[in-house]
Design a protein around this ligand. Structure first.
Ligand code: ZN
Length: 702
């Protein structure tokens, strides 16, 4: 920040001995200046946030009150330099909220979310600041900017404009109110969901284990252990527990009980019920869109995306829906036949699908997940994801034991580039525990940038895999292994980032582009070359037998009707929530039912995320009317991997270099469509997605 006379930026903290002792406010004397998690306590956060808000406001005031004519340096670059302390405190805080919370942290979170909105509102709606940005934006062609600077100016202008910086004062005041309320509601939604997930478990007695693999029972014991029920075995609503249970538990009554608990999260009429929260969120989002001049929230949200319009999103989803539904219905009939063959006298229900699909897969592909699991140890799959990155991008990984972490299970690696220079620090937090929210994600504690010297990013992968017990390693299902590579693909997007300005760093791209680096990386996980090297039996060390490998790869296309239906219906309902008037979804369950009837949803399949547990779209607005993004990105990833196949080498150096330069390292510094075309030489071919999911082929008979 260039010096002006506005505020006593640094003095507030230094005079207060309590603040001086706060590890969040001190210089970090740790290796690579990583957060000293071992010293940070919940009571440090609120004072640190207050200091960070104060500093940031002062930095913004300095830009606003700068008497000099606005130029790129005194406005845009100054904005990029502002708020460092705030991002430092917030990134540590939100890591703990998601990955290792406790009642004290969650209590602070309730205050922080509204407080954060109150802090950002006057910045994002500051008329003088916006005036400076507009003045520069109007003259952008004459400023002699680099490509990255031009992109930064355009993105900054768009961000402020879309936040309501150009509105009149009354409208701004209402927007501010709404933002604050929405922040509170998003936090409420995720706390409710976490609450229901923490409360529910189902104990498995000796007679309840029929069909369950030994490794599953071991992880069920580990889950019980985590909750202080040593010696027992439980299943939880975490996907890593629920999915394998539904696939293999022979007891139909237990499957039904577990399944119902899973799909009822947030919808139990208890203190954690999310229905009212959803209704209010949708109403406020609609009002926001109208204030900003858009007919619907989806229209507002999608304007700033690759898809651009709700119609484009609907077009893609409907194109995929038809063949996926047809495939699912054919599979449903095959599953019903299988039940009849086994002498079952009941109609296939939702809690039966995974179980019989798994049986059908064993019959058709002679393959089941449990057979491959012993070959997929977490450690070996981590080695595989690292080795793939080394071959593609020349980076190497060395584990460090001296870096403070938030939980003893967290592992840390130092990442170096081909010249041996520090590239990033990578944290892996792999196991499920009650203090962690469900799902898997990548985030960062510090982003790459070069504004004031090279800053190496601190990148995190958080998963919810089942831990091994009794000295057994953690064994991954094929889905888990895919998730591992997915999140690591996001991780690489953060670690390989090579931009100057922090707000364009790594994953700071459109939501419908951000899943490209992650989904593309999944392709390497299922390559024979990779599996032959890294998939080894955890007891014998034997490599994956060839025929099992072949059956595994063939089985990947199995049950894709179900998976695609589950996903596309969720994406469609997200779109409906945000294109129809909010009044239409005043009764959330009725709305869900009506919309699913409209698209002919098979009644044996539920949404992958039912509304009251749809954290993607209700915990915050990041994926709101944006759940389709995974599929939008899939059109690109399915097509992008083809570049390696065409080269005849999945590690082809020339293709890998383009992938690095155009996709993984460029962050938000270029237009995503241009980035893709630079990599591939053309726009993506849309059928690659259907082909990859096997939805272009005729369905097989049972
Ligand atoms: Zn992702």
């Amino acid at each position: 920040m260039s010096g002006t006379s506005v505020s006593p930026v640094a003095s507030k903290g230094l005079e207060n001995p309590l603040l001086k002792a706060n590890p969040l406010l001190k210089a970090w004397q740790t290796p690579f200046e990583t957060p000293p998690f071992d010293e940070i306590k919940p009571e440090h956060f609120m004072p640190a946030f207050e200091q960070a808000f104060f500093d940031h406001s002062a930095e913004i005031a300095a830009i606003v009150n700068d008497p000099a004519v606005p130029d790129f340096a005194n406005t845009i670059t100054a904005l990029e330099r502002s708020g460092k302390l705030l991002s430092r405190v917030a990134s540590v805080f939100y890591d703990l909220v998601s990955a290792h919370s406790n009642p004290a942290i969650l209590e602070i979170d309730k205050d922080v979310s509204s407080r954060m909105a109150r802090h950002w509102n006057p910045i994002m709606m500051n008329a003088v600041l916006f005036g400076r940005i507009v003045a520069l934006h109007d003259r952008r062609a004459e400023l002699g900017l680099t490509t990255e600077q031009m992109r930064l100016l355009e993105r900054t202008y768009t961000r402020f404009h879309r936040s309501g910086a150009g509105l009149d004062e009354d409208a701004k005041a209402r927007m501010a109110e709404i933002n604050e309320r929405l922040a509170h509601l998003g936090t409420t939604f995720s706390h409710h969901l976490l609450g229901d997930e923490q409360e529910w478990f189902m104990e498995l007695g000796e007679g309840d284990l029929d069909g369950l693999a030994e490794s599953f029972v071991a992880s069920a014991r580990a889950s019980a252990d985590e909750r202080g029920m040593t010696g027992k075995a439980i299943i939880t609503t975490s996907r890593s527990s629920m999915e394998p249970f539904l696939k293999s538990a022979a007891r139909r009554d237990l499957r039904e009980k577990a399944y119902k608990a899973f799909i009822q999260r947030g919808n139990n009429g208890n203190a954690n019920d999310n229905n009212d929260t959803i209704v209010e969120i949708l109403k406020l989002r609609e009002e926001t869109a109208k204030i900003l001049g858009f007919p619907t929230f989806a229209a507002y949200r999608l304007e700033d995306s690759m898809a651009k319009t709700p119609e484009a999103v609907r077009g893609l989803l409907e194109r995929v829906w038809k063949p996926a539904r047809a495939r699912a219905l054919a599979d449903r009939d095959a599953l019903q036949e299988l039940i009849a063959e086994e002498g079952g006298n009941f109609k296939l229900a939702a809690w039966d699908w995974r179980y019989y699909a798994e049986k059908l897969r064993q019959r058709r592909a002679n393959f089941d997940d449990a057979a491959i699991k012993p070959y997929l140890t977490l450690d070996n799959m981590i080695a595989a994801q690292f080795d793939t990155a080394t071959r593609l991008f020349g980076i190497t990984f060395a584990e460090r034991k001296d870096i403070p972490v938030w939980h003893p299970d967290v592992r840390v690696w130092e990442v170096k580039d081909a010249s041996g220079a520090l590239k990033a620090i990578f944290y892996g937090d792999y196991f499920a525990r009650p203090s962690k929210r469900s799902g898997a994600w990548m985030t960062s504690l510090r982003d790459q940038q070069k504004l004031d010297g090279d800053v190496a990013p601190l990148v995190l992968n958080i998963c919810n895999f089942a831990k091994g017990t009794d000295g057994q390693p953690s064994l991954l299902s094929p889905d888990d292994a895919r998730t591992l590579f997915h999140e690591f693909g996001h991780g690489l997007h953060g670690m390989l980032s090579n931009v100057t300005y922090p707000s364009l760093s790594g994953t700071s791209v459109f939501t419908d582009f951000v899943e490209l680096p992650s989904q593309l990386y999944e392709h390497w996980q299922e390559q024979p070359q990779v599996l032959q090297t890294f998939a080894r039996h955890y007891q014998t060390g034997e490599p994956l037998p060839d025929d099992l490998l072949k059956r595994f790869i063939a089985a990947r296309k199995f049950n894709q009707g179900f998976a695609t239906v589950e996903f596309v219906s969720s994406a469609l309902i997200d779109l409906e929530f945000h294109t129809q008037p909010a009044s239409a979804s005043a009764d959330v369950a009725a709305f869900e039912k009506k919309e699913l009837e409209k698209i002919g949803m098979p009644e044996e399949i539920a949404l992958r995320h039912r509304p009251t547990q749809f954290g993607h779209i209700f915990s915050g607005d990041h994926y709101a009317s944006g759940y389709y993004s995974y599929m939008w990105s899939e059109v690109m990833d399915a097509d992008a991997f083809g570049a390696f196949e065409e080269a005849g080498n999945i590690f082809d150096p020339a293709v890998a270099k383009r992938l690095h330069d155009d996709i993984y390292s460029s962050g938000g510094s270029v237009d995503p469509e241009a980035a893709y075309i630079a990599f591939r030489g053309r726009a993506p071919a849309p059928d690659a997605l259907l082909r990859r999911r096997g939805l272009l082929e005729e369905p097989e008979a049972a």
